[in-house]
Unconditional design. Sequence first.
Length: 253
Amino acid sequence: MSDATSSGQSQSSNQTIPACPVGELSCPFIDEVQLLREQVATDPLTGLYNLRHFREALEQELERTQRTLMSTALMMVDLDHFKSINDTWGHPAGDEVLKQTARLIRDSTRKLDVQCRYGGEEFVIILPSTELMLAVQVAERLRENIASTLVRIDGGELQITASIGLALHSAQQPHSASSLIGRADHYLYQAKRQGRNQVCFEHPDMAETAVSGDEKSLLHDLFGCADSQDDADDFIGDGEEFMTAADNAWPAE
């Protein structure tokens, strides 16, 4: 079974499976419906959800935030220098890089998170019920996992890195879907401009003057993604660990 098919099936396992109309335990028609669901909702190469599913899921999570008052974080991930991989090693190597990145995204996030291929070498992950600093921890873990995992291809091994932008939708500071995507994309390209292989985001509530030099140094050491003292301002927050159920737990370090 291919990676894409296997991962696609695992993602759709949380969906409600239709009951057989005649009560049979195995029904080829229901199996076909399930397969079609997966094909419509998933990217065939990586097995992650596709852009169509992402848009539907994001609207649902933004609405859920308004009902529950629990924030939704959005993470945009773009592989650094991906074009040079295709140009140097060929598209099969590029495809293997994308598939391994998808596996690392699944391994670095929770079952309830919505992991999607946004297009090309860009990925997007919806983190429901997640405050900013918890999202930063997850983004940093993913960034480190990508950077530390070699991609084995015919003729050698590749080390890849990724730039990540984060945005937050909360009841106090709501966004439309397009606005939230735009904010995450803005910070993604800030990460690119500042040297790549880092996580960038904005904390909406903390003034620059409230952060001491020692705090900036501590945050720089903790997250390792600011290229200057001023850039460390981005890493202020008060998120807390709140997941306890097994399906909601972050993967172990």
